[in-house]
Write a protein that binds this ligand. Structure first.
Ligand code: SF4
Length: 456
């Protein structure tokens, strides 16, 4: 069983620190990446500089697995650094695709870490191959470094700007040189990025939870189309491309980002509780317990329970230590499936009507197993409630979900999905309900996979 829980997968966490004091920032980055672990579990890396030499340590696996020894940090000296946790969207999962990526450019050595996915990758690769560049890996992030290395601009900021203008798709990027950290967001701001301050250091993080772990103060988000340049003089902003259609990914609000993060001034926890509340209003039901699919369904289930006045019960117990296992189950335990991760408390469930709340359903295969698990545990009825609208399209901006054919909600009516899941009733949050729960006026979101309206 892989770590795939039939969820969409996030496409990386990025982090950067610039300290104006002579101090080593690698441990700050380590803890920042630890907080961003949910955004990518395949590899982790840190690059630092003391102003002259670049030092890097990159490996496969979770952040504490890669950085498993105090001596690693002795070699990662320097007051400037960036870090990355990877989930591969394009490019295979191996060390040559791990980040940050280091490139030699006409402006000196630069390292970069990227969250997102470029949609014009083949055309960019063709351009670079003509210049006889030898790719080390096959990730689209390496393409950004390669484009920088061939730049003919007069300075680094102009070079970055001209490279960014060639990119299509989603990208939040943090770049470091021997005296700067530069943070940029694509003109739609599809993937998040924020700035914080901690003593004499500025921090750049995919999410605010990466600031909280250090006790850093949130300064603001990097705006769509903005470039933030941090050096010893302080922080300055340039608009590298005017943003016409800001459109953060709505799944950051539904599932990807941690509930303790804040985006567009909205607490993601509160937004998710409200998704559950509105879901209860839209699809009321009589039942004995509201049960979340842990942990991502927890806030919505709390909201559903509070609105419906049905008691909340966390009786699907999650094994928190399940990571990725390559051990195949034997014939006798082939049905292991979701049981490796979740076990219901039969004594509570037996003979009861259950409302099962999840944040989203992609292929429906895991939801179907959980419904069966509850029925096998003696539940009289299982009413499935989903705190997001049906996913009817794939993502064009870097999120790994499933092929269109695999999505349970394409080409199936709600009744057909209910039958597929084996639930006694099924209700999804409406698009209007989702917007109401997110409650950010005048801040359009990308909802492409929910409404098939993709950005140009
Ligand atoms: S298509 Fe869906 S997953 Fe992709 S960016 Fe838009 S809302 Fe997010």
């Amino acid at each position: 069983m892989s770590n795939n829980t039939d969820k969409m997968h996030e496409a990386c966490g990025i982090y950067g620190v610039f300290s104006r004091e002579k101090m080593d920032v690698a441990k700050y980055i380590y803890y920042g990446l630890y907080a961003l672990q949910h955004r990518g579990q395949e590899s982790a890396g840190i690059v630092t500089t003391d102003g002259s030499n670049f030092r890097s340590y990159i490996g496969m696996g979770l952040v504490p697995v890669v950085f498993n020894n105090e001596s690693i940090f002795k070699d990662l000296s320097g007051n400037i650094g960036i870090g990355h946790t990877r989930y591969s969207t394009t490019g295979s999962s191996n060390l040559s695709n791990a980040q940050p990526i280091i490139s030699n450019t006409p402006f000196g050595t630069v390292a970069l870490a990227h969250n997102g996915n470029l949609t014009n990758i083949s055309e960019l690769k063709k351009e670079i191959k003509k210049k006889r560049y030898a790719f080390k890996g096959n990730s689209d992030s390496e393409v950004i470094g390669a484009l920088l290395s061939f730049s003919r601009q007069k300075d680094l900021v102009s070079a970055i700007t001209s490279v960014l203008k060639k990119l299509k798709g989603s990208f939040s990027i943090v770049i470091m040189t021997n005296n700067k950290v530069i943070a940029v967001r694509d003109p739609n701001g599809i993937r998040p990025l924020c700035i914080g301050k901690f003593d004499a250091s500025f921090i750049v993080s995919s999410e605010t939870c990466g600031l909280d772990i250090l006790g850093a103060e949130f300064v603001r988000e990097v705006m769509p189309g903005e470039m933030i340049i941090i050096d010893k003089k302080g922080i300055r902003s340039e608009i590298w491309k005017k943003s016409k259609d800001p459109a953060v990914c709505v799944f950051e609000f539904i599932y990807f980002a941690r509930p303790d993060s804040v985006m567009n001034d909205r607490s993601l926890y509160h937004a998710r509780v409200d998704m559950g509340r509105i879901l209860a209003k839209e699809h009321p039901v009589v039942a004995d317990y509201v049960i979340p699919v842990p942990d991502s369904g927890n806030p919505a289930a709390i909201g559903f329970a509070s609105k419906s006045k049905i008691p909340f019960s966390d009786v699907l117990v999650k094994n928190r230590y399940v990571g990725r296992t390559f051990i195949q189950p034997t014939q006798e335990i082939r049905e292991l499936g979701v049981k490796l991760k979740l076990n219901p408390i039969k004594q509570v469930i037996k003979g009861k009507e259950i409302v099962l709340v999840d944040d989203s359903v992609v292929r429906g295969t895991t939801s179907r197993q959980i419904v069966k698990l509850l029925k096998d545990a003696g539940a009289k009825k299982v009413h499935m409630r989903v705190a997001s609208p049906p996913i009817i399209g794939t993502c064009h901006y870097g999120i790994d979900m499933a092929t269109k054919k695999e999505l349970v909600a394409t080409n199936r009516s709600i009744e057909q999905i209910r039958k597929f899941l084996g639930a006694d009733s099924l209700g999804y949050l409406s698009l209007e309900g989702l917007k109401e729960a997110i409650a950010i006026p005048n801040s359009p979101m990308c909802m492409g996979c929910l409404n098939l309206k993709y950005l140009a």
